[in-house]
Design a protein around this ligand. Structure first.
Ligand code: 5CU
Length: 360
């Protein structure tokens, strides 16, 4: 395997055993329910109000794909993925209070993630992202120090909630400084959707929440963070945006224009918003070449990286099939009209550089 031809998946999740145990003990969402029938898989209910929708209230099967490292490796083999940078899946531990018990769980999750990445059966194909006890900034900073010392960790996964007031909460600034100091990447991932009156529950199952609520949430959250002027104060902060930055490549001009016409907001920034947006990293988990083209036209494509969102969106038919969700992302990258070295970069080389990964 050469650097030019490798395939690296930077958006791929796992529910660690310690986390599943926590979800099993809960009586509210997020939670894991027992199987509907004996011998079937347990059921996962994580999204806001998922327990209220007619078609979603029983959750979804959560089988070994979600927690077993052998299944992750089998998935990687099936799709010729050389390296995966794995992260805990949403909603992480955002919903836990700032207690010693929560800090201890964060520690155990990160040790467990590191162990999974070091498991000899992985042959060096896994790297990890840490999890933070975000209800406490101090607890999260202490955890960043620990994560930075774990050899296979390359960043932290974070939702848009912060400590409850969003990512532009000034209380989070020391945390951003600690993350930047250790050269860790924040993988910014949605979970909460957008709580608009028009986005309430419908018969659409998870479709609208995942297809639209997720990317709108990322768009709004990162725009808020940028407008807070964080990148003028912590210029080395590295953020990877899930789902090609939500709708940012398409809407950046509009954000620039609105800020330019609002002197009070513009005066808080050294540059227009898109200057900062162009410094971020973007995954290519957008399933269509139009999205890849828009992202590659907006940022330098050397900041884009392939992802799968495994274990979500498994094939509905036979378990042996290649995953449509993977193949649509691969063909979106190949069919976006980019030259071959740009494509190679998005598929693997960019991730090797950005996350300092070694090919096994
Ligand atoms: O299908 C889903 O619910 C999800 C999810 O919750 N998180 C994610 O990253 N992808 C899909």
């Amino acid at each position: 395997m050469t650097q030019d031809k490798c395939l690296v998946d930077i958006h791929t999740h796992v529910y660690l055993p310690e986390y599943l145990e926590l979800l099993r003990q809960r009586e509210k969402v997020p939670r894991v329910l027992p199987p509907l029938e004996e011998g079937e898989d347990e059921r996962l209910i994580i999204l806001p109000d998922e327990d209220k929708g007619e078609s979603t209230k029983n959750g979804r099967p959560v089988g070994p794909d979600y927690y077993d490292v052998r299944e992750k490796l089998a998935f990687m083999d099936k799709h010729d993925i050389d390296i995966s940078v794995i992260s805990l899946a949403n909603p992480w531990i955002d919903f836990l209070p700032p207690t010693e018990e929560t800090f201890d769980l964060a520690r155990r999750l990160n040790v467990s993630m590191e162990k999974m990445c070091q498991d000899p059966i992985t042959h060096g194909r896994l790297y990890g992202m840490g999890t933070l006890p975000l209800s406490s900034v101090e607890g999260s900073i202490a955890e960043v120090e620990r994560i930075a010392a774990l050899p296979r960790m390359r960043g932290v996964i974070m939702g848009t909630f912060g400590c409850g007031k969003g990512l532009d909460d000034p209380a989070l600034e020391p945390l951003y400084q600690a993350i930047a100091k250790h050269n860790l990447v924040i993988f910014l991932h949605p979970h909460y959707g957008v709580n608009l009156p028009a986005s309430g529950n419908t018969d659409a199952g998870h479709s609208l929440a995942l297809a639209l609520g997720f990317p709108f949430e990322t768009t709004y959250a990162i725009a808020r963070l940028i407008l807070s002027g964080i990148f003028d104060r912590v210029p080395d902060l590295k953020i990877l945006l899930a789902h090609s930055g939500g709708t940012l490549p398409f809407l950046a001009g509009r954000i620039d224009s609105c800020v330019a016409h609002d002197p009070a907001v513009a005066s808080k920034l050294n540059h227009p918003p898109s200057y900062y947006l162009k410094k971020l990293y973007y995954d290519a988990v957008i399933y269509h070449e139009t999205g890849v083209k828009a992202t590659a036209a907006f940022v330098d494509p050397s900041q884009m990286m392939f992802g799968t969102d495994h274990p979500f969106f498994p094939p509905l038919e036979t378990k042996d099939a290649r995953w449509m969700s993977v193949d649509s992302n691969l063909s979106a990258i190949s069919n976006a009209g980019l030259d071959s070295s740009t494509v190679e970069g998005i598929l693997g080389k960019n991730a090797l550089r950005i996350f300092n990964l070694e090919l096994p």
